[in-house]
Design a protein around this ligand. Structure first.
Ligand SMILES: [Zn+2]
Ligand SMILES: [Zn+2]
Length: 333
């Protein structure tokens, strides 16, 4: 070392760059050695896994060689959330290492329905109710189109829950439940080292996606903003994110992300002051796209918009009503 694929960001804590087949093109996973100083018999933990591609798995194995960690020394695999870039190769790594896998129960449950074989009618009805012009799209992409053969999660051995302390040699990984980007998302906090492995909760350059989709209930954006405030209370010197470089001043970045959502909320209220609209119509204006934009953009933009609208509805600033043909319209309260 130094090596482009594996970098020691704190004594005994290594950032590994693993490849992804789409943007963002890299996911960072982290190897934590149970001791600050190098020791042959040290116990290790892996936080997040990358996807289950042969390319990604080969890269991880190469990184283990670079940092001097035998696969069998990894005793714990801790997963921040169920998305393929974080949980997609837990299966092969559990087999390779014999480690215990830690995942929040909500994330394990989501991983089980991540690639359903068919799309139920109620989901199609939900899309239509929120105004997505399904007849114009032709075929609607499925998760399988992107992740077939690349998503190999593992059944958890231990439930990750808020406040759980996981010993790794002389060190402790602490789970902090941060719902929002995913309902069971957890960041991993190394209190003594003042490090936060942030998963997709806090990213340096992009704002994490927060969506209200058919699989969602409640108020995910409300949860997300509360989870931002929750991590602001932690003492952190260095944030270790899943995408982008490590950074300091987590409070500043967290406030920027909260601010981004408040601007979006105001923008959506302005759109609704001009008249009631369905989720898709609001999204087209808020995210400035048209019906010919890539479908893979239109769906997440609509989900992200709905997360904001639902937030405003929970705040009492927006109401929803159903039209005679089953469409859901939002308006200012
Ligand atoms: Zn994610
Ligand atoms: Zn991610």
């Amino acid at each position: 070392m130094p090596d482009a694929k594996a970098r020691e960001v704190h004594p005994g804590v290594f950032l590994l760059h693993l490849p992804l087949p789409m943007k963002p093109t890299i996911v960072n996973v982290y190897l934590v050695r149970g001791t600050a100083a190098e020791r042959k018999d040290a116990e290790w933990a892996l936080v997040d896994t990358g996807i289950g591609s042969s390319d990604s798995i080969a890269t991880l194995k190469e990184c283990l060689g670079i940092v001097g960690c035998e696969p069998r020394q990894i005793r714990k695999i801790v997963v921040t959330h169920h998305h393929p870039d974080h949980f997609g190769s837990a299966g092969p790594y559990k087999e390779l290492t014999g480690a215990d896998v830690y995942v929040h129960p909500a994330e394990w449950q989501r991983s089980q329905n991540f690639m359903p074989t068919d799309r139920p009618q109620w989901v199609m009805d939900w899309f239509a109710a929120h105004g997505l012009p399904l007849e114009r799209f032709g075929r609607i992409p499925k998760q399988q189109d992107f992740w077939q053969g690349l998503y190999k999660p593992a059944e958890p051995d231990c439930e990750l829950e808020d406040g759980l302390r996981i010993p790794v040699g002389e060190r402790t990984l602490e789970a902090v439940w941060t719902p929002g980007h995913a309902s069971g998302h957890c960041v991993i906090y190394l209190r003594e080292q003042r490090l936060m492995i942030a998963g997709d909760h806090l990213l340096p350059r992009i704002t994490p996606h927060v969506g209200f989709s058919p699989a969602t209930t409640g108020n995910p954006l409300g949860d997300f903003i509360a989870s931002q405030r929750k991590i602001q209370a932690l003492d952190v010197d260095l944030v270790l994110p899943a995408h982008g470089g490590v950074f300091e001043d987590h409070i500043k970045r967290s406030n920027q992300i909260i601010q981004h959502h408040h601007v979006r909320l105001e923008q959506i209220l302005d759109i609704l002051r001009r008249g009631p609209r369905n989720g898709y119509e609001i999204a087209r204006r808020a995210f400035d796209f048209d019906q010919d934009s890539p479908v893979t953009y239109q769906f997440p933009a609509t989900f992200e918009t709905l997360a904001h609208v639902e937030y405003l509805r929970h705040e009492g600033k927006v109401t929803s009503s159903e039209t005679s043909d089953g469409r859901i319209l939002y308006g200012v309260a």
